[in-house]
Design a binder for this molecule. Structure first.
Ligand SMILES: [Zn+2]
Length: 411
């Protein structure tokens, strides 16, 4: 089967996010974080992916095909370790479903994997992709799990794999499971393949009104945004939030979900073009992402925003703490610009600011997002739809941070 995977070549795989300079951001291994990395790169730093053309190897039947231009020596780009080529069909354990992929979407998590950074040890070939939709074509040996969709159903895969047995899993808090991982991490194959395996319990049957392309955008970016806004910050209609890096995947998702939820958005971005984009997406106010903007935010909100959706970290941390109201919340789901800003503890305690971590979202929340799609309330922003055979170009776009909206790959 055709798949997009990390090839056997390249640097030895590293296994902790901290190795990538993301500090000790414990949530760093999730796609939520990784996605924001792509968002923030053009905004905040010339770090990973900034202005890098890389080398893209398009392997057909095991042979290196065309290579695009590179500004740097071969081997120094993570894209150099991307192969679009043939792999054997995956094994299907009991309790798992085999899905014929219809659409999958890229996340910066995939770039991290190509860089050898993962929550789990990587042993190539590692099939990439956290988000995927498709048709159930088989179940693993043994009885079909209860409540599993019938063969032939169109499904969305929930990308979080957990033990399903611990107290946290049983109470619907699978993100707190000690054995949590994402599709495409460690021993789990990703979704960027003609066929991908998923635990049957992770399948969400899609209503006819929901397209595979739209659903394939939900699993990390939109889910991360939803969890930050409604589980962590518990925002209600009439609240105001602040988001940095207005054109990033999670930022776009936050702006779209805020519109549906009656929440006012203030966005920051470095360029006027990106601020205009934020205004088009419904931001009530779009400002430069430097600390001086805090005064305008305080004035506009008469005292500060209810919550900040912080995905950038060091470059925006002071602005976040100066923009949130007393007893307001800063929700952190990424630290793409750096994980160790000055803590500003005097401000934190004096203004009783709550700082809360967030990563991915729950199965139940992903179901709610599918509900929004089914009711026509949410229409994810899609940058482009590319066949799997041409996925290398989409990866390059992601790596360079040139996308606006989700990069969708189809079988
Ligand atoms: Zn568990």
């Amino acid at each position: 089967m055709l798949a997009a995977f990390l090839s056997a070549v390249g640097d030895p795989a590293r296994t902790r996010m901290a190795d990538a300079g993301a500090g000790d951001a414990g949530t760093g291994s999730t796609s939520g974080t990784a996605e924001q990395q792509s968002n923030a790169t053009p905004e905040t730093s010339a770090g990973e992916g900034g202005g890098n053309n890389g080398v893209i190897r398009q392997a057909g039947e095991g042979t290196a095909g065309k290579e695009t231009v590179s500004k740097e020596p071969a081997g120094s780009s993570p894209l150099d370790r991307l192969v679009i080529g043939q792999l054997p069909e995956p094994d299907l354990p009991p309790g798992w479903a085999l899905v014929k992929m219809a659409a999958a979407s890229l996340n910066h998590h995939d770039i991290w994997t190509l860089q050898g950074v993962s929550s789990r040890p990587i042993s190539p070939p590692q099939v990439l992709g956290c988000d995927g939709t498709g048709t159930v074509v088989a179940y693993g040996p043994g009885p079909v799990p209860a409540h599993a969709p019938p063969l032939g159903s169109n499904i969305l895969a929930y990308p979080v794999i957990s033990c399903r047995e611990c107290a946290n899993c049983r109470s619907g808090n699978e993100l707190l499971c000690r054995d949590v991982a994402l599709l495409s991490e460690g021993k789990y194959q990703g979704t960027l393949a003609e066929l991908f395996p998923v635990p049957a319990a992770n399948l969400i049957q899609l209503p006819d009104t929901v397209t595979p392309t739209a659903a394939a955008c939900m699993g990390t970016t939109y889910l991360t945004a939803y969890h930050m806004m409604y589980d962590r910050a518990r925002l209600v209609p009439g609240n105001t939030l602040l988001i940095h890096g207005a054109t990033g995947g999670v930022a776009v998702a936050v702006m779209q979900l805020a519109k549906i939820g009656g929440i006012s958005v203030i966005a920051t971005a470095r360029s006027e073009a990106k601020r205009q984009f934020a205004r088009r997406m419904g931001a009530a106010l779009a400002l430069e992402s430097d600390t001086a903007s805090a005064r305008e935010i305080q004035r506009f909100t008469a005292g500060g925003v209810d919550a900040v959706m912080e995905t950038v970290g060091a470059p925006t941390w002071e602005l976040s703490l100066r923009s949130v109201k007393p007893d307001g919340m800063v929700v952190v789901s990424g630290a793409t610009g750096g994980g160790n800003p000055p803590a500003m503890l005097q401000r934190v305690f004096w203004r009783q600011i709550r700082i809360v971590g967030s990563t991915m979202g729950t199965f139940q929340e992903l179901n709610r997002l599918v509900g929004l799609l089914a009711r026509g309330q949410l229409n994810p922003l899609v940058d482009s739809v590319t066949p799997l055979s041409g996925a290398a170009g989409a990866f390059a776009k992601l790596y360079r941070g040139e996308q606006s909206g989700k990069l969708v790959i189809t079988a």
